[in-house]
Design a protein around this ligand. Structure first.
Ligand code: SF4
Length: 491
């Protein structure tokens, strides 16, 4: 999971990009970077949060030009080194700079092909390099003296045939303009916006509408699965659409459940509204299990809307019973198990008066390893809860994500290895309730979604060797990660 932002306008864009990236910080905290284009590329990137990479005016002063890209990175492929931070750039043809969100699933074959057919050495383990070199190789085949917009879109079309997996991409083509495209299934988000300025129209692409709100951009629409948009340096907008997959796309359901910020608009709907619906849908599971909680609480903060929806549907109070320290990292995406446990304790403090003597339904967005959930159950019991029902707004996660979400290794995913009763015993909860996958699909019936981490039905071809390589990559990253300081999001 990463966050992207690209702006092309009649004014220097660096400050807008840095500001906008802070609104995407929840999508990645491993690294941040910006590239702008004037007569050449100007780039600054490094490990850590946006605020630590760009902490003084000095850091953005050299980022000249009216067109640029920004990226916040959460490493799902490659290492967490600053070396692997995005954007990436290559000087031929024209000069190309690129940012990407997702995960290329045929990286080994692609790397080999780039080497043997195009004589390019892939230097990093970041899959954006593969996409960048593939696009460069396709553009190279065109008449570079008279490159047309059709040539650019034809290059994207060929790239679609070669690059498998999930990718939302924004590219600068020096002297030409800005190109944005999504994979044929539209797995990761990418939106298009504009802003009228006194000097003319400015255009932007981003992962989430949250940064458009900050920057006063109007959300025009999302790019469709397989769609590309090219904006010339003169501000002409050109669009092209690849034929989509049979099911019309496979947008990541987890964006609604957890990844996206609740104030984001995705697939034309407010993320918070979808979370309330998911919470309401859980009520029948509580009733069927014969449970009668006194209160519903959330595990802050991505489960808030699901918890409030469940409370409304059950007709019992919702209370905030766990106070969150926002200056500690997301436990989902931090390093080792020991670090994770320490962070949970630092992060959540129970409010005894709300909890003591009550039967508590504690709603979280999902249960991945179960270790955070177990700790929360313990906190609630220590604070005097008479019974604790742990409720997951997501169905049991049974399979690895290969499209850019580094949840855990298969061995660590608790529901992939234990029954629901075994999970209840492990969590030391009085009950464990999961969302039904059918209910989730019903909630998102208007969205052509990917549900592969619940169902195992991947929307693209994913050979077993690919799963093994991705698993090995995850082990490597886990051994590399270091804890971070103040983060924007939380769970
Ligand atoms: S496998 Fe799960 S997390 Fe990955 S893209 Fe599909 S729904 Fe999203």
């Amino acid at each position: 999971m990463c966050g992207l932002l690209g702006i092309i306008g009649p004014y220097p864009v660096a400050n807008d990009i840095i500001c906008g990236l802070t609104a995407l910080q929840h999508r990645g905290q491993d690294a941040a970077g910006v590239v702008t284009l004037s007569d050449r590329f100007h780039m600054k990137k490094g490990a850590g949060l946006v605020a630590s990479v760009f902490h003084s005016e000095e850091d953005s002063r050299g980022l000249l030009g009216n067109v640029g890209l920004g990226h916040v990175r959460y490493a799902t492929q490659g290492t967490t080194d600053a070396f692997d931070a995005q954007p990436f750039a290559v000087n031929y043809p024209f000069g190309l700079a690129m940012v990407h969100n997702g995960n290329v699933t045929n990286f080994a074959g692609l790397r080999e092909r780039l080497n043997t057919e195009h004589h390019r050495l892939v230097e990093t383990t970041n899959d954006v390099e593969l996409i960048l070199y593939t696009l460069a190789a396709e553009l190279e085949r065109k008449n570079l003296k008279h490159l047309t917009v059709d040539d650019i879109f034809a290059s994207v079309k060929t790239l679609h045939g070669k690059v498998e997996g999930a990718y939302s991409v924004i590219t600068l083509i020096a002297g030409k303009g800005m190109l944005a495209f999504r994979d044929a299934n539209g797995i990761r988000p990418l939106i298009f916006g504009r802003k009228q300025t006194p000097d003319g129209m400015s255009y932007a692409f981003a992962s989430e509408s949250t940064c458009f709100d900050y920057l006063d951009f109007e959300l025009v629409r999302e790019l469709g699965p397989g769609e590309a948009i090219f904006i010339t340096l003169d501000g002409e907008v050109h669009t092209w659409h690849e034929a989509t997959t049979k099911n019309g796309g496979a947008f990541c359901a987890f964006e609604f459940i957890y990844f996206a910020r609740e104030d984001a608009i995705m697939n034309g709907t407010l993320v918070a509204r979808e979370r309330v619906k998911a919470g309401r849908r859980l009520a029948h599971k509580i009733i069927e299990a014969g449970l009668k909680p006194d209160i519903v609480i959330d595990v802050p903060s991505s489960a808030y809307f699901a918890a409030s929806g469940l409370a409304e549907e059950l007709g019992i109070p919702y209370r905030r019973a766990l106070t969150k320290n926002n200056h500690v990292g997301r436990s989902f995406i931090v390093p080792s198990q020991v670090e994770r446990q320490r962070l949970v304790r630092q992060k959540l403090n129970p409010i005894r008066e709300v909890i003591a003597g009550k039967k508590v339904a504690a709603v979280d967005d999902s249960i991945v390893r179960g270790t955070t959930s177990k700790h929360i159950v313990r906190l609630l019991r220590d604070a005097g809860a008479t019974e604790v029902y742990f409720v997951s707004a997501a169905p049991p996660i049974l399979h690895r994500c290969v499209y850019g979400i580094d949840m855990a290794t298969k061995k660590e995913i608790i529901a992939a290895n234990f029954t629901q009763e075994e999970i209840r015993i492990f969590l030391e909860a009085d009950a464990v309730i999961y969302q039904d996958l059918d209910d989730l699909k019903e909630i998102y019936k208007d969205v052509a979604g990917c549900f592969a981490c619940f169902s195992g039905k991947y929307p693209t071809n994913v050979p077993e060797e690919t799963l093994a390589v991705i698993e090995a990559e995850r082990h490597l990253r886990q051994s590399q990660r270091v804890p971070y300081g103040a983060l924007a999001g939380g769970r």
